[in-house]
Design a protein around this ligand. Sequence first.
Ligand SMILES: [Zn+2]
Length: 230
Amino acid sequence: MFHAGDIIAYLDMCKFEGVSLQRGMNFHLHNGLSVVLMSLRKGAPYEDRVEDNWQTLIYEGHDIPKDKSGLNPKQTDQPLTTGNGKPTQNGLFYNAAIKYKAGAPAEKVRVYEKIKNGIWAYTGLFNLVDAWIEQNTRKVIKFKLKLIEEESTLISSKANSNIEHTRVIPTSIKLDVWKRDKGMCTLCGSKDNLHFDHIIPFSKGGSSITLNNIQLLCARHNIAKKDRIE
Ligand SMILES: [Zn+2]
């Protein structure tokens, strides 16, 4: 099981999900969860964005595939159905969001974020709570996802009664930490099973948005540290 902030190589992510994650959107896989991949980097293909201090994610639906019909995917409506009327991944997520608004349980979605080529971070588990279509020069589908807080997060945020406090580390901080720590555990130099670690733990009020409070640790040192603190 991954925890928010874990850094994952692309192949390990596919192995964990039991599917080759070629697509950014993967509705309801065998484990009963959906998976979306997002990128908040400059020049990313889709306009994914976060709101409410990472409690909310606005995820953009996907374009038609490049290889079809010679149409420019960025100038063509994002499809809810394929040519033969079957729902696309857009359609599957869209229908689930509409059902949720009519009272069905929310589809749970694991979100991974691209840090750099081949390197992904697990952002967390979200509920799919809304979907709508925006029409400008073309139709673009938007999905609203709400972070499901881990139990410890809920307790600590209540204790601090501070809604600005979030466990999720913003992308810009992740990138700066990755660069500063050169993609290695700060204690042993290992490049495997890395995790973005809160130096002062989140549960003790440590900030997610301060560069100086985040470091890279390997799994071994991350666990050793947890044992010391808890
Ligand atoms: Zn280490």
